[in-house]
Design a protein around this ligand. Sequence first.
Ligand SMILES: [Zn+2]
Length: 439
Amino acid sequence: MRIISCLSLILLMGCKGVQNNNKLLIKNAQIIDLELKKIVQGHLLINDGYLEEVLTGEIESNSTIESIDLKNKYILPGLSDAHVHAFGNIATNGYRQNLNIEEVSRVLMAYGVLNYLDLYNAEDSIFKNRTKSRLRNTLPEIYCSGAVFTCTKGHGDEGYLEPRIADDVIQAREQFGDLLLKKPDVVKIIYDTQFRSRPSIKKDVLDTLIKLCNQNNIKSVVHIGTWVDAYVAAKSGCDIITHIPSGIAPDSVINMLKEKKVSVIPTFGIQAGLYNISGSKSPLDDPYLKRSINDSILMGYSSEYLKKYSGFIRWQETNSRTIHKNVQKLDSAGISLIAGTDAANPGVFLGYSLLTEIDNLILSGLDAWDALASATINFSTISGKKSGFNAGCEASYIVLDDSPVNSMQSLRNIKLIINKGYVIDRASLDSIFSEISDN
Ligand SMILES: [Zn+2]
């Protein structure tokens, strides 16, 4: 092998889809180390998709190793979204972009998302796509729950998808055993005692499912609706809760989450997305979002259709009064936050909304390092993979012109993606946007 210039290597790999299973040297990078909270000037030696070594100082050219020169651009771990439903973006008139799971994955990747957790989908297709995502380094890696556990007529049993119904403990055990055969990465349980007028699974069913998860070493993710739900789920031994209830979180709940080492996926997206669209500064005017949506989506958010969601928007407005304070309380208590959007629900957009999620974490008082960690390395709680810049970490990175620690705007300017050691250039990401926005 000979050394190929930076540009020609990128073109070669980005356009022709050549797999890189050998060594790759990423030279002259400003490495954003989110664990140490510092930026290190150095070079990354990648071997078979994993980081072998971080080198510093001058390096000698080695003609046997392919290399790219980042010329002092910034590199950080690929973004992750811990709460996705892998469908096309939807408008308030019900119009949905017609995307299959692979196309959804590609949109997410165009925004820098290299790992995501799907928390409710059609089981056969999501598990099939998960397998595919792990064999290919041209796609982000999928983690998934399959369906969700709920009760008859509970949230999740609206008729759009087929849930795992657990009306009693016996049914919970049966359904869990059946799901286990498909090897879910997490189990999602809906325990929401205040979801509109819908019933929730019973507490003994919640306890049973969490116990089964713990016995089988599978993470449990509990969708909660109130702070009491959060307390009950944490006390029962769940690993993660998702959503931030309205009202200020009582200290007793914060203490229980902390004591039980529960992580939280806040989902500002589903809790403020439509409220923001109905306000004066709508994300629908943002050119960066417009890269992945079409006119049908834009028209589907006109005021006549938004009106249909007025009750939900009012709830979002109420929730928005306390959500930042609550996330700040969780963060100050040292509770791990994992960024997740709840895309593609109305007002929550694939990939794009993860950037809003990071902005909202900063509005809640997190520093830039911690906000970035929540959307990158904290995902390891779900994936079990090491991520970052220690030897043995998966070599999945995004390369940026400017430091996101100074301004999150730089996340909108991805120069290059390295996915498990495979280089994807800007032109490839642009072509994803142009293909998808036609859908
Ligand atoms: Zn969801």
